[in-house]
Design a protein around this ligand. Structure first.
Ligand code: TXD
Length: 314
């Protein structure tokens, strides 16, 4: 496998962070620096991952550290640091604690990597993108949240299982905040180009939409301690790969809107072109009145969290 010496820093060596590091290194996309507040944890996981390199046939470096100086000149900073949901907790319950953590880690990381692109993962996702924008001072193109890729993958997997078709042939369109109000859009979701409503009854589509909205909670309830991490880590990997290889994939990501979709100054998930410059172009599509209303409700819930954070810090 070819080796690539680009540098991705993953902050938070927990479930999502370590699994994302594994996927990035094993695909030969970049060297990975894992950093955590807990001493020994990133070093131990990085060493363990490095020891699997001969078996996985890659030559990427995976380095664990507690010192941000080691992350100097990273191309991408993935932020997973923070608390994860426990059963009965909503993503929003994590708001103020994670805002403090995200602000601190982003400030430290961007000091050493002022040209990096930030991929935000910590929940509540959209609000944490606001925090990362403020803490970094980066333009909106370089602060992007991972949520739509995951929510879309969940929707795709449910559609594929239900229809008994390959998940690779299913493409799904999910807009809005990463919460219970997210807006999967069946009209723009297809199986090999065939719109979903041609293949599935409306009631069944609605059931899969609801399952997608509650997809994170379904896993939290099963795991009991902690939340999903395999599919989230794969989602991070796809974003990293699209940026570092300038693939210009069209992926749903959380980004600060400035008038697009009728929203201004709020971070919401929308389809965009993800390439070497980050969020290179937002793709706007026509929505029905019902879809627009659902998007506004979802954006409203992000707005409420941002207001709570601003009040708390005032
Ligand atoms: O779609 C999405 N965006 C998400 C988001 C999908 C899955 C998980 N999502 C959120 O990501 C989840 O709700 C959490 O807020 C984060 C990380 O989830 P993960 O499952 O990886 O949590 P862990 O295993 O508890 O790991 C968090 C790590 C842990 O090792 C802590 O020690 C570390 O974060 N941590 C810190 N690292 C550095 N600096 C500071 N201050 C710090 N505080 C905690």
């Amino acid at each position: 496998m070819p080796v690539c010496r680009r540098k991705v820093t993953v902050i938070g060596a927990g479930n999502v962070g370590a699994t994302a590091a594994q996927r990035i290194a094993e695909a030969g996309v970049a060297d990975v620096y894992l950093i955590d507040v807990v001493e020994g944890l990133p070093q131990g996981k990085a060493l363990d991952l490095s020891e699997s390199a001969p078996l996985q046939h890659h030559d990427q470096y995976i380095i664990g550290t507690n010192d941000y100086a080691d992350t100097t000149e990273s191309d991408i900073i993935v932020v997973t640091a923070g608390l994860a949901r426990q059963p009965g907790m909503s993503r929003d319950d994590l708001l103020l604690k994670n805002a403090g953590i995200v602000r601190a880690v982003v400030q430290q990381a961007v000091h050493y990597s002022p040209g990096a692109i930030i991929i935000m993962v910590t929940n509540p996702l959209d609000a944490m993108v606001h925090v990362a924008l403020e803490a970094s001072g980066f333009p909106r193109e370089r602060v992007i949240g991972m949520a739509g890729v995951l929510d879309g993958a969940r929707f795709r997997s449910f559609i594929a299982q239900d229809l008994g078709v390959s998940a690779s042939d299913v493409s799904a369109f999910v807009l809005g905040g990463h919460g219970d109000t997210m807006v999967p859009v069946p009209r723009y979701s297809t199986v090999a180009g065939i719109p979903l409503p041609e293949l599935m009854k409306p009631e069944r589509i609605e059931e899969l939409v609801q399952r997608t909205r509650a997809g994170g909670a379904e896993i939290v309830t099963l795991l009991k301690t902690g939340s999903a991490f395999y599919a989230p880590a794969s989602s991070v990997f796809h974003m990293v790969d699209s940026i570092l290889n300038d693939r210009k994939r069209v992926l749903a990501c959380a980004v600060l809107l400035r008038g697009e979709y009728g929203l201004d100054g709020l971070v919401v998930g929308v389809p965009l072109v993800l390439g070497a410059a980050g969020a290179e172009r937002i793709i706007e599509v026509a929505l029905t009145e019902e879809e627009k209303t659902a998007l506004m409700v979802s954006a409203g819930s992000v707005g409420a969290l941002v207001e709570t954070m601003h009040k708390a810090s005032a």
